[in-house]
Design a protein around this ligand. Structure first.
Ligand SMILES: Cc1cc2nc3c(=O)[nH]c(=O)nc-3n(C[C@H](O)[C@H](O)[C@H](O)COP(=O)(O)OP(=O)(O)OC[C@H]3O[C@@H](n4cnc5c(N)ncnc54)[C@H](O)[C@@H]3O)c2cc1C
Length: 285
């Protein structure tokens, strides 16, 4: 059980980790990439106070070094879902589940759009994790839609369980799948159809009758993490303490809206960590 679980290790998440660690809390950082691919792309950062003319890569490395000096637990996995329970939250990744008393969401921006029907059939045939849910589709026909080459391993795993995998890679496929029951389809998916459960996938070409649809993306739309989370447009709605509409759940950085800037992200990370610490003091004696 972590005191503070931070989802996303960019400037906002690492700043939150420093402050929560300084306040002696047991901190976990979940990060699915090499800590902020966004900031690492910045050729030169001119407006971060006290560190003029530094590359995004150098600045991010400094942030990582500082945060790691407090020895938080680092979990290099994508968080797929969060559920509220008595006494805290359960955090799900592809292979594991974790528990935390409070959560700070600092996942940055996601440009992913949900597919038509995706939300309606979540848990009713739509899944984001082959390892977690693949077994339920033993002997069945499923579709796998992927925007990331690294998910090919999950697609191959599905082929070991399912009778057929209709694979729609939304990128240039450079290696052919190994299993012969994987059918590569170059059409684009347009929507998931069904009644009480998924029955098919509409595409720009032929309709594909399937019993499940697995979707693999680098980052998911925020609302996929926690369906009850209140948004304002595409950003998480927060108050001045960076609290969301869910008690014990805080948010910081680009995921809370514009301007998308490092100083705003680090400042909000600090405020969210202080909010989490005072929530712990009030609710966990
Ligand atoms: C090219 C470029 C140049 C920029 N230049 C500047 C500049 O000069 N000055 C400035 O102030 N700002 C600049 N920015 C903006 C700045 O990079 C962002 O404002 C800042 O990185 C936001 O920090 P963040 O922590 O909110 O999100 P991010 O830095 O995006 O970090 C989010 C992290 O969360 C991880 N994550 C997401 N979803 C999950 C999940 N489900 N599970 C686990 N981990 C997850 C991601 O992998 C990522 O590591 C620039 C951005 C770009 C792209």
């Amino acid at each position: 059980m972590f005191d503070v679980a931070i989802i996303g290790g960019g400037p906002a998440g690492l700043s939150a980790a420093v402050t929560a660690s300084v306040r002696n809390k047991k901190v976990a950082i979940f990060d699915s990439s090499n800590f902020s691919p966004h900031l690492r792309k910045a050729w030169m950062v001119h407006n971060y106070l006290g560190l003029a003319n530094i590359t995004g890569e150098e600045l991010m490395n400094k942030f990582v070094e500082h945060a790691m000096s407090f020895k938080p637990e680092v979990i290099k996995s994508k968080v797929i879902g969060i559920t509220e329970g008595e006494g805290g939250f359960t955090i799900g990744t592809a292979g594991e589940i974790y528990q935390a008393k409070t959560i700070i969401l600092s996942v940055g921006t996601s440009h992913s759009e949900t597919m038509n029907g995706e939300r309606d059939f979540l848990g009713k045939g739509v899944s984001y994790c082959a390892t977690c849910d693949g077994y339920f589709y033993k002997g069945k026909v499923v579709a796998a839609v992927s925007t990331i080459p690294s998910a090919l391993e999950e697609v191959e795993y599905l082929a070991e369980i399912c009778s057929e995998v209709k694979f729609l890679p939304l990128y240039k496929l450079t290696e052919a799948p190994k299993h012969s029951n994987i059918t590569v389809i170059s059409d684009k998916p347009t929507g998931i159809t069904g009644t009480d459960r998924v029955t098919g996938l509409s595409t720009t070409g032929e309709y594909q009758p399937v019993q499940g649809v697995f979707i693999f993306r680098e980052t998911d739309p925020i609302e996929n993490l926690l369906p009850d989370l209140q948004l304002r447009g595409k950003s998480i709605l927060v108050d001045e303490q960076m609290s969301t509409n869910i008690a014990g759940l805080f948010a910081a950085g680009d995921c809370t809206g514009q301007p998308y800037q490092i100083s705003r992200a680090t400042g909000q990370g600090l405020v969210a960590a202080i909010g989490a610490v005072s929530y712990l003091a009030k609710n966990f004696k």
